[in-house]
Design a protein around this ligand. Structure first.
Ligand code: A3P
Length: 413
């Protein structure tokens, strides 16, 4: 039998080791360089890769898929800030929409529960409340509606922007919604890849209310890389008796896009003290070859991901948008998109205002102007020329295949 004193010492020791163990568990590898190829891995089988013409990979036969994300990895504080920016930005833009953001700015958004956040998003996004719907309907040549047709309802999306992240998807999404016939939720809903467990009612609840003569759009740039999304989307379409959904894919020089995604990662990690390897190092494997498993590199192989979707959807369901053209001449590019989506031409040159300080076009509609968030248009780092050349040579054959299948030369060199 242990004496009382000994028992007390053993108890203290046990208690101490439990605390140390807990601390160790909590202090995850914060100071290690981040291996971005880890994470949400999904597997792609060999046959699939062969069918796409991808080269044989070294090592195992898997290609990790990181579901593309703007804020998935952001710390909670940052997410709240993003939400606040987003809500305030939109409230500012749509002055006559009453948004009840609690007045204590420092903590209020963090305190909101997710239902309230969703509610605010839904309220804020309702562009139908800010525009003169009647005159827009007339301008579109839509006849006077019966009361039933005029009913505002949340509808299953007619158009989905499935990617590609960091190509200008936000700009295209906001631009197309200046068209009165197009309405979409403010946020990326990411239902079919990320939030599927929340159920279709949740998804539908996130859609804006629209009239019968309007089309609902949704943008979730990670869908292009998600292996579950096409099948899930088809099933949902059946459920809503929808025979067709138009898919929009924005693409951009794959090298530049990869750098842009890298910067996004860096920004998201800013507050977590996790250091990211320099781009030059991250994208090459230990033999100095392009690391196909590195997500920013992998995502830019557009043809590979597109081919997967083409197993379920026809190329005719797609509209392709050039990320370069959206920067250089958004009006012409958006005219093409209007046409591809079968919309009556509506956007005019006046909707686009070049702002030299930003180096981008900003948007103008209903007497209000706004630019994209500052996270769009970051300064890209210098990449070693030899690495850039290697990456460009790597992408060249995939780009060629993409040009063939889309019938459009995007002009990447
Ligand atoms: P960079 O930050 O690398 O320059 P996404 O919205 O898909 O995340 O894409 C972000 C990219 O949109 C930005 O990439 C930026 O170049 C591009 N972009 C295109 N049109 C823009 C616009 N009018 N304003 C700001 N960024 C725009």
């Amino acid at each position: 039998m242990l004496s009382r004193r000994r028992r007390y010492i053993v108890f203290c020791l046990l208690w101490l080791s439990a605390i140390v163990l807990l601390k160790l568990l909590k202090s995850s590898p914060k100071d290690e360089p981040l291996d971005v190829s880890r994470g949400h891995a999904s597997q792609i089988v060999l046959t699939e890769r062969k069918a796409t013409g991808l080269p044989k990979e070294t090592g195992n036969d898997r290609m990790p898929i990181r579901v593309d994300s703007e804020n998935e990895h952001a710390p909670e504080k940052l997410k709240s800030k993003m939400l606040r920016d987003e809500i305030e930005g939109l409230a500012e833009r749509s002055k006559n929409v009453k948004v009840s953001i609690p007045s204590d700015k420092s903590k209020s958004v963090e305190k909101l529960n997710s239902q309230t956040k969703d509610k605010i998003r839904r309220e804020v996004v309702d562009f139908n409340k800010i525009s003169d719907v009647k005159s827009e309907r007339k301008a579109l040549g839509v006849k006077k509606q019966t009361q039933q047709e005029n009913e505002l309802k949340r509808r299953f999306p007619h158009i989905i922007m499935i990617g590609v992240g960091k190509t200008g998807t936000r700009a295209v999404y906001e631009m197309i919604q200046m068209h009165p016939a197009i309405r979409g939720p403010l946020k990326e809903i990411r239902y079919f890849d990320r939030n599927f467990n929340l159920g279709i009612e949740w998804y539908m609840g996130m859609m804006p209310q629209t009239y019968t003569w309007q089309e609902t759009i949704e943008k979730s740039p990670g869908y292009i890389r998600s292996r579950d999304t096409p099948v899930r989307l088809l099933a949902a379409m059946r459920q809503f008796n929808r025979t067709r959904v138009r898919l929009v894919l924005v693409v951009r020089d794959p090298f530049t896009r990869a750098v842009s995604e890298y910067l996004e990662w860096k920004w998201l990690r800013m507050r977590t003290k996790v250091t990211l390897l320099p781009f030059d190092k991250l994208v090459l494997d230990k033999n100095g070859e392009v690391d196909i498993n590195c997500p920013p590199i992998n995502t830019s192989i557009y043809i590979y991901h597109l081919n997967y979707w083409l197993k379920y959807f026809s190329i005719k369901d797609f509209c392709f948008v050039s990320g370069e053209m959206i920067v250089a001449d958004p009006y012409s590019e958006m005219q093409q998109l209007e046409q591809c989506l079968g919309l009556r031409s509506y956007l005019s040159k006046d909707n686009f205002v070049y702002v030299p300080q930003r180096g981008f076009y900003c948007l103008r509609n209903h007497g209000r102007s706004w630019c994209m968030n500052k996270s769009k248009g970051r300064k890209h780092p210098e990449v070693e020329k030899s690495v850039e050349n290697k990456l460009r040579a790597f992408y060249a054959p995939y780009n060629k295949k993409l040009y063939e299948i889309t019938g459009r030369d995007f002009g990447w060199t």
